[in-house]
Write a protein that binds this ligand. Structure first.
Ligand SMILES: NC(=O)c1ccc[n+]([C@@H]2O[C@H](COP(=O)([O-])OP(=O)(O)OC[C@H]3O[C@@H](n4cnc5c(N)ncnc54)[C@H](OP(=O)(O)O)[C@@H]3O)[C@@H](O)[C@H]2O)c1
Ligand SMILES: *[C@@H]1O[C@H](CO)[C@@H](O)[C@H](O)[C@H]1NC(C)=O
Length: 318
């Protein structure tokens, strides 16, 4: 009996220790105000994106929530306006699973908005299926859609410099690899059917995010636009909502106990978007509000350049 109590006590103590240490994420220290600045956040209706948009709205920015689901997006606009008192929070439709939608978002945005100071490529998913253009869903949304979006908005970012592009990647990039053959033959990052297949695709897509930012930084040399990729932490969001019921049941207690809240999850995005003096670190990858060293495959010049060129041709830019 005593032993059981001791073990339980030990576990609770260990958990509390975890809560106070590894489950704590540092806060973005920037006190920047953003009155007169315009920010776009993709996938801002929920999770990390919504928490990021909320903080930016609180700092006075005009915040565009670029989302695919109108009713969810309008609910988020209402929440954020109510919580911050900032009326300059608006929804514009963007479905990253459709290149046509990305193009019409960009046209619409460039016609209506005179500025773009910060672009936050936050949307992401883990989901089977194909995009409207026949790309694997994860590849299409997490990488290609954001690739096209960023390029279409780049001139406006340059005009408004100093400006920034921030792409929310994930630490799972470290399991990723880029298979150009598979991209050529199947418009996807890999093939398979196992339970881990989607996680594998996701990891590959997040490596694409890092390589995209690596190459973008080079192409932006000499402009006043800088760019960053990041891991937000392991965050309590509904990102597993498209998974099977078994996977979700298995994950639920783990998520509840060991994942961090969304406000903490927004901090590294905010750090990359706002922190003064980051410009010399353009192209780098961040986690816990700090720059990180990445393995060679996540900063491989040749692969990053090739991925850029292949992506250009896939989205019809080349
Ligand atoms: N949660 C974590 O632990 C974690 C860890 C590492 C990285 N991340 C990354 O963090 C980012 C945010 O994820 P989250 O955890 O906050 O998940 P989330 O709550 O599911 O948010 C994802 C957002 O992306 C949007 N989205 C999905 N497909 C889209 C499309 N085709 N067009 C436009 N928007 C689309 C979703 O819109 P709907 O609501 O309409 O689906 C939602 O607003 C993702 O890039 C994710 O990969 C998260
Ligand atoms: C970058 O910004 C600085 C200071 O605002 C300005 O002097 C310079 O002309 C800009 N450079 C470019 C390439 O726009």
């Amino acid at each position: 009996m005593f032993t059981i109590l001791l073990i339980c006590g030990g576990l609770v103590g260990f958990y509390l220790l975890l809560c106070l240490t590894v489950l704590q994420l540092p806060k973005c220290k920037s006190t920047a105000k953003l009155h007169g600045k315009t920010v776009v956040v993709t996938g801002a209706n929920s999770g990390i994106g919504k928490a990021t948009a909320l903080d930016l709205a609180r700092r006075g920015a005009r915040v565009i929530l670029a989302c695919r689901d109108e009713s969810k997006a309008l609910a988020a606009v209402t929440d954020i306006q109510r919580e911050t008192g900032n009326k300059e929070v608006v929804y514009m439709h963007l479905d990253l699973a459709s290149l046509k939608s990305v193009r019409s978002f960009a046209e619409n945005f460039l016609r209506k908005e005179s500025r773009l100071d910060i672009l936050i490529n936050n949307a992401g998913l883990v989901m089977a299926g194909k995009t409207e253009d026949g790309f694997g869903m994860i590849f299409g949304v997490n990488h290609l859609g954001h690739f096209l979006l960023t390029i279409l908005l780049l001139e406006r970012l340059k005009e408004c410099g100093p400006s920034r592009v921030v792409t929310v990647s994930s630490m799972t990039y470290s399991w990723g690899k880029i298979d150009f053959n598979c991209i050529n033959t199947h418009k996807d990052l890999c093939l398979g059917k196992s339970g881990l297949y989607l996680v594998t695709l996701y990891s590959h897509s997040k490596l694409c995010n890092n390589l995209f930012i690596h190459e973008l930084a080079k192409r932006l040399k000499g402009t006043n636009v800088t760019c960053y990729s990041l891991h937000p932490g392991i965050i309590k969001t509904d990102i597993v909502r498209h998974s099977t019921i078994w996977w979700r049941l298995l994950m639920a207690p783990i998520v509840l106990l060991f994942f961090t809240d969304v406000d903490s999850g927004a901090q590294t995005s905010l750090h990359c978007a706002l922190q003064e003096g980051l410009e010399p670190l353009s192209g780098r990858y961040f986690s816990s509000c700090a720059v990180q060293n990445v393995p060679a495959k996540a900063r491989d010049d040749a692969v990053a350049k090739k991925l850029w060129e292949v992506s250009e041709s896939l989205v019809g830019l080349a």
